[in-house]
Design a protein around this ligand. Structure first.
Ligand SMILES: N[C@@H](CCC(=O)N[C@@H](CS)C(=O)NCC(=O)O)C(=O)O
Length: 220
């Protein structure tokens, strides 16, 4: 059986959301763990922009944007109804996920890596990123997930970035007046879903035995 190949990096939030979507919807892929400072040449050849995640389909099609991988995976099979939330629509979720990347993630990177820039004030950037979280707060009022009581496309697309933001300074984050966002993130961090996509793999090298993702369940 030929499986798609997923080039991934465990700690990357973009790769995390691709793995979350594939874990929920399939298909089984061959996971190849990339080390960003020493990228496998096969990975760079597949997608010269060389950002993880990259999915290579058996017919040679390359999908090298995490959102497109989520759209592809949920579009071919969606057994958990990630695209069909209890509340709201797929288009509303897509819009929020896109804004997370275009707005929140930009400020998050400026906050996290402020020392790399001369003209960036990390505290200001943290406040700008927090404005997005203030928008999530009422969505989570009285509900476990962003669009209702079930995990949806929006949760998958956004929560890895909120985790990255929180972990820049967890004490500061947990002291913010964002009780619903904090509860939602904490629940994600202790979930089986999260641990199932955070397995540690060694760097992939051509010729290594195939690593199947999601990890097949043992027969016992
Ligand atoms: N828009 C891309 C962004 C992916 C991205 O920037 N991934 C980072 C790792 S978190 C990366 O691969 N950076 C390349 C590098 O550090 O060389 C996507 O959604 O897939």
């Amino acid at each position: 059986m030929t499986r798609p190949i997923l080039y991934s990096f465990r700690r990357c939030p973009y790769a995390m959301r691709a793995r979350l979507a594939i874990a929920a919807c399939g298909p089984e892929v061959e996971l190849r763990e990339i080390v960003l400072r020493d990228k496998a040449p096969e990975f760079v050849a597949a997608s010269p922009k060389a950002t993880v995640p990259v999915l290579v389909l058996p017919d040679g099609t390359v999908i090298d944007e995490s959102l497109d991988i989520m759209i592809w995976a949920t579009g071919r099979n969606d057994p958990q109804g990630l695209r069909m939330p209890d509340r709201g629509t797929y288009d509303q979720m897509l819009d929020l996920v896109e804004r997370c990347e275009d707005e929140f993630k930009v400020h998050l990177d400026h906050y996290k890596y402020a020392s790399r820039y001369d003209d960036i004030d990390g505290t200001e950037e943290r406040a700008k990123a927090s404005a997005f979280l203030l928008e999530l707060e009422p969505l989570l009022e009285g509900s476990s997930f962003l669009f209702g009581e079930r995990r949806s496309f929006a949760d998958v697309g956004i929560v890895p970035f909120v985790r990255q933001f929180a972990h820049v300074d967890l004490d500061w984050f947990n002291a913010q007046d964002l009780p619903n966002v904090i509860r939602w993130l904490d629940a994600f961090k202790v979930s089986d879903v999260f641990s199932s996509v955070m397995t540690r793999y060694t760097r992939w090298n051509a010729g290594d035995p195939v690593t199947v993702f999601p990890t097949p369940k043992s027969a016992d």
